[in-house]
Design a protein around this ligand. Structure first.
Ligand SMILES: [Zn+2]
Length: 175
């Protein structure tokens, strides 16, 4: 069974659980609750700024922030990162105590605190291989597929009624 990223790199899904044989997103109500939470969170996170950029620039200079391409952490405790700042997160996670928050929503606040206090990866920090912030996940071969289905497309296919039936309100999920 293959693992895929959807929309943002980071969270990985069992391809068979999320997509049907023709590559369509399965109805949300048929997914495991954790998978569903992540899909819904992803939908609300698309196009959001990188957390680290935002900590630097804030609302006043939001145009200076890069759009996040990577997501780590747990639903409601996500860290969103642009490629420039992914190294800082990976350094913190691996080398500076971040790993103890794997699987916890505290990961987000703890990383923000570290970064806001000036925490950065050393120059040319080489550890750019993706880490897994889900402690229950089994280590696996890196995914060599570059194909990332776009979540916007998939979400657009979802019926509003489907979302209503699930009592999902994307606005409520925003920070
Ligand atoms: Zn950034």
């Amino acid at each position: 069974m293959g693992k895929v990223n959807i929309g943002l790199r980071g969270w990985r899904f069992d391809e068979d659980e999320v997509f049907d044989e023709s590559g369509e997103l399965r109805p949300l109500e048929t997914m495991e609750p954790d998978t569903r939470d992540r899909i819904v969170r992803l939908a609300s996170m698309m196009g959001e700024p990188c957390d680290a950029c935002y900590l630097i620039h804030g609302d006043e200079d939001i145009q200076q922030c890069n759009v996040a391409r990577v997501i780590y952490g747990e639903p409601l405790g996500e860290v969103l990162l642009c490629p420039d700042h992914e190294a800082d997160f990976l350094y913190w996670f691996r080398e500076d105590g971040g790993k103890q928050y794997a699987g916890e929503t505290e990961l987000e606040d703890e990383f923000h605190e570290w970064f806001a206090a000036g925490g950065r990866a050393p120059e040319n920090y080489g550890g750019l291989q993706h880490v897994n912030t889900d402690p229950d996940d089994i280590p696996e071969e890196p995914d060599i597929s570059d194909e990332i289905p776009t979540l916007e497309e998939e979400i657009e296919k979802l019926d509003d009624e489907d979302l209503d039936a699930l009592d999902v309100n994307l606005d409520d999920l925003d920070f």
